[in-house]
Design a protein around this ligand. Structure first.
Ligand SMILES: [Cu+2]
Length: 241
C-alpha cells in the first residue's frame, strides 16, 4: 500500500511537470539528414515544457511558429527562437524551453534558415498536437516541401500562440551565437560594405529573446536576413549542405 501510494504521488508529480525533448537539426550522418526536428510531431498537454535542443552541429537553425496552410512563413504573434548558430561542437548544447499554454489547436513550426537552401522546404518542420486525420503532420510537411522561394523570417519572440517561453535559447557561450531580427539588420548593413573581415562578435546578440526588437517591414527583414545568413556562412566558411 505504501509503495502504491508513493508511486501514485510520483505519477502526479510527473504529470504536473511534463517535459518533452525535441532536437533541432541533426548531422549529415544521421538518418534523415541535417534538416529535421527529432521527433517532428509530438503530443503535449497544457503546461508541458517542450525543450528544444539545438543539436545540429555545424548548424544554424530556428524554431519559428507558422500555420498549417502557410508552413514556411511566420504567423503574426507567433513564437520564434531566433537563430542559434553552432559552428562546431559546443561545451554545452543550447536549449530553448517552450511551455504549452493552449492545446485547443495544433501548433506548427518550421526552421527559417535559408542556407544552403530554405530548411523549411527541405522538410524541417514540426508539429505539436497535430490531428491524426485531415490536417496531419504529414500533410503539413508535404506543404512545406512544396513551398517555393525563400521562407519568411519574422523576428524572435518569446510569446507565441498556444505556447510561450520565458527566456531565449541558452546558454549562448563559447562558439555559440544567437541572433534575432535586430542584430540581423545591423550586421547586414555592415556586411554590405564588404564581406571580408567582418567581425562576428560585433553582430552577436546575447539573447534571442527579441522582446525588445524593433518593428520593421517584412520585406526589409527578408532582405537583411538573407544578407546576414550569407555573411555568416562566408565568415565561418562552412556549408550546411
Ligand atoms: Cu534549420
Amino acid at each position: 500500500m505504501r509503495f502504491s501510494a508513493v508511486a501514485s504521488a510520483l505519477g502526479l508529480a510527473t504529470v504536473a511537470s511534463a517535459q518533452v525533448t525535441v532536437k533541432v537539426g541533426a548531422t549529415s550522418s544521421d538518418a534523415g539528414g541535417i534538416f529535421q526536428f527529432i521527433p517532428n510531431s509530438i503530443n503535449a498537454t497544457n503546461g508541458t515544457v517542450v525543450t528544444f535542443e539545438f543539436t545540429g552541429v555545424p548548424g544554424n537553425h530556428s524554431v519559428t511558429q507558422s500555420t498549417f496552410a502557410d508552413p514556411c512563413d511566420p504567423i503574426a504573434g507567433g513564437f520564434d527562437s531566433g537563430w542559434v548558430l553552432i559552428p562546431s561542437q559546443p561545451s554545452e548544447t543550447p536549449t530553448w524551453n517552450l511551455t504549452i499554454t493552449d492545446t485547443s489547436k495544433p501548433l506548427w513550426f518550421f526552421c527559417k534558415q535559408l542556407l544552403p537552401g530554405p530548411h523549411c522546404s527541405a522538410g524541417m518542420v514540426g508539429a505539436i498536437n497535430a490531428p491524426t486525420s485531415g490536417n496531419t503532420f504529414e500533410s503539413y510537411q508535404n506543404n512545406a516541401k512544396n513551398f517555393k522561394g525563400n521562407s519568411g523570417q519574422g523576428e524572435g519572440a518569446l510569446v507565441g500562440i498556444g505556447a510561450s517561453a520565458s527566456a531565449g535559447p541558452g546558454p549562448i557561450t563559447g562558439v555559440v551565437q544567437a541572433f534575432t531580427a535586430s542584430p540581423v539588420a545591423s550586421s547586414a548593413a555592415s556586411g554590405a560594405s564588404g564581406a571580408s573581415g567582418a567581425s562576428g562578435s560585433g553582430t552577436a546578440s546575447s539573447s534571442a529573446a527579441g522582446s525588445s526588437g524593433t518593428a520593421a517591414g517584412n520585406g526589409a527583414i527578408g532582405v537583411t536576413a538573407n544578407a546576414f545568413v550569407g555573411l555568416i556562412s562566408a565568415v565561418l566558411g562552412f556549408a550546411l549542405a
